[in-house]
Design a protein. Structure first.
Length: 418
């Protein structure tokens, strides 16, 4: 029999190992739905070692990002609801970007909007081609549409690992019949039917994908009521992940988030929780901000990094939180226009619009994974130190070939390969 002190030490070590293993499996990344547009316009993405990356997903992977999210619209070019600034992701667009994400070994979260344009708690317009359908017809349509999209994605080598059946659906979706904000009693059965049919299609085509129900935090009681109603009234809605949007400018202090996470963990211990959207400004508050936290997190690069640090410290105290996605990190195009509209408007981007260099918060996100790309802290940029025959590894510890560009680890050194 081992001494009590020894057993306690072993137990504590085991707990620490489990905690580190949990964090190491966490997902970290961003919603990069506009990345191809920036790449097509030859926008520079530059790391802290002044390396410019032609493959931005390699850049992200080099610094520990292992998950990306992409939104999908039914027909964003319908001509009636078209929003040139960001709501442009067709199925073909998503198939191409999704395949790139998968080819880079990253997790792919698909975000169905079930609309031709942006959806959020204040708007969930029907796709133009779905207008006039009855509730029963909409149930059939959402099933058929979801199934067709997923089948095409799978065939294209872009199988999603996580699927959001709706975007920020705290107030429902497919309005007006799925609007639970204005008619909670009458429309909840409709919403439940839409979600059940969407999830049915997901499970048929992508049985291994996790289903995410995505809400936001303008009204905490509405969030609690949303998941409670499903748990007690509509158990047929089978999902895996509670997805939250959290922006301090709109939703309040970290203490508000902490309280909600604590409640959700207690009431839904079988569900994972992910922050599927977050962001904080590097120079200005977010458009339409309700709160001002500039005294806590100055509107500077350092302040943005401090927000990321504080957020991650909070999330690491909640073992069921397994994902963290920064929204629109790739916004990086000073003077870049799309269909005549300025693209660089997101005040919480992770790239400097003038220089193309990543802000400090970009590198901070890996701390949510609980792993470090490498403990080697020195950088050797002398070409003579590169051994052409020795194996090379990226900053995630993955073996790479001689054609790999960026920072590699070889013989215990970081070396820049241009």
């Amino acid at each position: 029999m081992k001494p009590i002190k020894t057993l306690l030490s072993v137990a504590l070590c085991s707990i620490a190992v489990c905690a580190n293993a949990q964090r190491a499996s966490n997902l970290v990344g961003g919603d990069i739905s506009m990345l191809p547009v920036y790449e097509q316009n030859n926008v520079a993405y530059i790391d802290k070692y002044n390396i410019t990356y032609s493959d931005v997903l390699q850049f992200f992977g080099n610094y520990g990002w292992n998950a990306e999210r992409v939104r999908l619209f039914v027909d964003p070019y319908s001509g009636v609801t078209h929003d040139a600034l960001g709501a442009i992701q067709t199925l073909d667009y998503v198939k191409a970007l999704g395949k790139r994400i998968k080819d880079h070994g990253q997790s792919f979260m698909l975000d169905f909007h079930y609309s031709d344009t942006w959806t959020d708690p204040g708007k969930h317009s029907l796709p133009k081609s779905w207008e006039g359908l009855s509730v029963d017809e909409l149930k059939v349509k959402i099933y058929e549409y979801t199934k067709d999209c997923l089948q095409q994605l799978v065939a294209a080598g872009a199988t999603p690992d996580l699927i959001q059946t709706g975007n920020e659906i705290t107030t429902g979706m497919l309005w007006p019949t799925g609007n639970i904000l204005t008619d909670a009693n009458g429309n909840w059965p409709n919403l439940a039917g839409y979600l059940e049919q969407a999830i049915k299609a997901c499970k048929e085509v992508c049985p291994d994908a996790k289903i995410v129900l995505h809400t936001e935090m303008h009204n905490i009681n509405s969030v609690k009521s949303f998941y409670s109603t499903i748990k007690y009234n509509y158990p047929g809605i089978q999902y895996d992940v509670i997805g939250l949007s959290y922006y301090p400018d709109y939703h309040g202090a970290l203490s508000v988030l902490n309280g909600l996470l604590t409640t959700l963990e207690v009431v839904y211990p079988d569900k994972e929780i992910m922050i599927v959207e977050t962001g904080y400004g590097y120079a200005w508050k977010l458009p339409g901000a309700t709160y001002d936290f500039s005294s806590t997190w100055p509107l500077t690069e350092a302040g943005q990094k401090k927000f990321a640090t504080d957020l991650i410290a909070l999330l690491n105290n909640h073992s069921t939180v397994t994902g963290l996605y920064w929204w629109y990190p790739e916004d990086n195009g000073n003077g870049l226009k799309l269909n005549g509209e300025w693209m660089s408007w997101w005040n919480a981007a992770l790239f400097n619009h003038d220089t193309g260099k990543a802000y400090a918060a970009f590198y901070e996100l890996i701390n949510f994974r609980g792993v470090e790309p490498t403990k080697i802290n020195t950088l050797d940029s002398r070409p003579s130190t590169l051994n052409q025959n020795a194996p090379r590894y990226n900053l995630n510890g993955q073996k790479v070939g001689k054609e790999y560009k960026g920072i590699v680890i070889q013989d215990g050194k970081k070396i820049v390969v241009n």
